[in-house]
Write a protein that binds this ligand. Structure first.
Ligand code: D5M
Ligand code: ZN
Ligand code: FE
Length: 495
């Protein structure tokens, strides 16, 4: 079995018998993997055992659709592997779906918490309630309520599938109190403490978190990726000239000699949502648009993007201004609206959120990149002291780190609109090498364990709304990441 093929299966956590795979031609495997990713792996847990029946079914499909695409340009998807994206689920939603959604979140995060120090002997809430007073217990639960008592202690209500329990954090335990104070509703945590009468007096909080000392992955090659978000084409405040300057730079027509050398090695551009300003996003938006048709906005966006060198992979997810439902996970921007964009051979369209792997080959496992536009950021910046006082809108990386430590993109029910279902797609199950966001129109960079956090800037000058609420957007910045050294340079295309 071809080594490259083995790699392509292993990378996805797919187990398959070598004698089945001999029917697959590596040169023609693109389509096969595309179908495998979207029809099977987006729904299945890894490791996934691929049966010969399923294999043949996908192979057949891939040959048919390959023939259908015959007249279209060959998709140069390079080595971009979609690790996680979402099927649109438009079934009518009921209370049952909410229950299932939170249960799934609980189970996934429990999996991450279990086995951590002090959570080895975790018991169900139901069992904890039957423990004698003063006994030590540890439980894992979803925070369904949090408030300060009249004695100035924090009272949490934790829930698991067996029941709910009160947890008290005493104000005299200063560090613990501060930690608890910055918890958010609906996140899943572990606690230890001693039992009182139907209440736990907590002495430790344990978050799913991320390993701090993990090694930062580096490529063997000098290759670069760039991060952008919030282009807002169609807005009267869209900074077209600045954006064109960026596009020109990708073509090697801007910057000094050293810059021109580097740009040749730029292979990946991420655009993390809000490609266009959209239509009807907020009352009175018409007055702030110079392109009033959504299709025209996307055509203009595509016209700009198609100038980018064809050997650069452009990876795109939607944001709250794009023409898809606002509830998350957001599906891909539809082909009907953006056919010319979808047709660009170097463009990969994703859902929001999504996870892709880039730059893998026989020698390297590549980098896992989590993209999330960041609609939930406003909530945490406005509601969580640690995030607001840690820099608020000026430092989106603080909010990003906060979310990574919760291992959820929008834990609190009120922080984003979402479509409930069998699975909570906003749980950060696997720690990525890069976590990319946008939305708040401020660039930010930080490192959290092995993960580099990057928030894109924007290409829209200050809007009347932002002026009113005191937002100070940062415009026309691009983070350029050297994947060999993991050094990041912030490029400024502003005037
Ligand atoms: O949002 C850009 C930023 O501005 C983000 O932090 C939300 C905030 N914003 C913009 N317009 C509004 C309205 N009308 N209400 C509340 N918050 C707003 P973007 O989605 O990129 O426009
Ligand atoms: Zn935006
Ligand atoms: Fe946005």
């Amino acid at each position: 079995m071809n080594e490259k093929l083995i790699h392509l299966f292993l990378k996805r956590g797919v187990l398959i018998s070598p004698n089945i795979v001999k029917d697959l031609d590596i040169e023609k495997s693109d389509n096969f993997f595309k179908i495998l990713d979207s029809e099977i792996l987006s729904k299945e847990k890894s490791p996934y055992l691929l049966s010969s029946e399923k294999f043949n079914e996908i192979l057949k499909k891939s040959i048919i659709s390959d023939n259908e695409m015959h007249s279209e340009p060959l998709k140069n998807k390079g080595n971009i592997i979609i690790l996680k994206e979402y099927q649109e689920n438009t079934d009518k939603k009921t209370v049952k779906d909410f229950t299932a959604h939170y249960k799934n979140r609980y189970e996934k995060l429990k999996g991450l918490l279990q086995g951590k120090r002090n959570l080895q002997n975790v018991i169900s809430i139901n069992r904890a309630l039957n423990k004698k007073q003063r006994e030590e217990v540890s439980v894992i639960g979803l925070i369904s309520d949090k408030h300060i008592t009249k004695n100035k202690n924090i009272l949490l209500k934790l829930e698991d599938p067996t029941g709910s329990i009160s947890v008290l954090i005493n104000q005299n335990k200063e560090d613990l109190f501060e930690e608890a104070y910055n918890l958010t509703l609906d996140e899943v945590i572990g606690i230890t403490g001693s039992m009182g009468n139907k209440i736990v007096f907590s002495n430790e909080l344990i978050l799913p978190g991320y390993p701090i000392h993990n090694e930062i992955k580096k490529s063997n090659e000098e290759v670069y990726m760039a991060v952008l978000s919030d282009i807002h084409v169609g807005s009267t405040m869209f900074l077209e000239e600045e954006f064109k300057k960026f596009i020109n730079w990708t073509k090697g027509n801007e910057g000094n000699e050293e810059q021109k050398k580097i740009v040749k090695k730029l292979k990946y551009i991420f655009i993390v949502g809000d490609l266009v300003d959209g239509i009807g996003i907020y009352p009175g938006q018409e007055d702030e648009l110079n392109i009033l048709d959504i299709k025209d906005q996307y055509s203009k966006f595509t016209e700009l993007i198609k100038e980018i060198r064809p050997d650069i992979n452009i990876i795109i997810c939607p944001g709250n201004h794009d023409a898809v439902r606002i509830a998350e996970p957001q599906p891909k921007i539809s082909k009907e609206l953006t056919k010319s964009l979808w047709d660009l051979p170097n463009v990969t369209m994703l859902t929001n959120p999504a996870t892709v792997n880039i730059h893998s080959n026989e020698k390297e496992e590549g980098f896992d990149i989590l993209l999330y536009h960041g609609y939930s950021l406003d909530y945490y910046i406005n509601n969580i002291d640690k995030v607001r006082n840690g820099g608020g809108y000026d430092k989106p990386e603080v909010a990003m780190k906060y979310l990574l430590s919760k291992r959820h993109l929008a834990p609190s029910h009120g922080s984003s609109l979402f479509i409930p279902g069998k699975e909570d797609h906003l749980v950060i199950e696997k720690i990525p090498d890069f976590f990319l966001m946008g939305h708040v129109h401020k660039s930010g960079i930080d490192q959290a364990g092995k993960t580099t956090l990057i928030c894109g800037s924007c290409w829209q000058s200050i809007t009347p709304f932002q002026e009113k609420v005191g937002h100070k957007p940062e415009t026309s910045k691009v983070q350029l990441v050297n994947l060999q050294t993991r050094k990041i340079k912030v490029m400024n295309f502003g005037k």
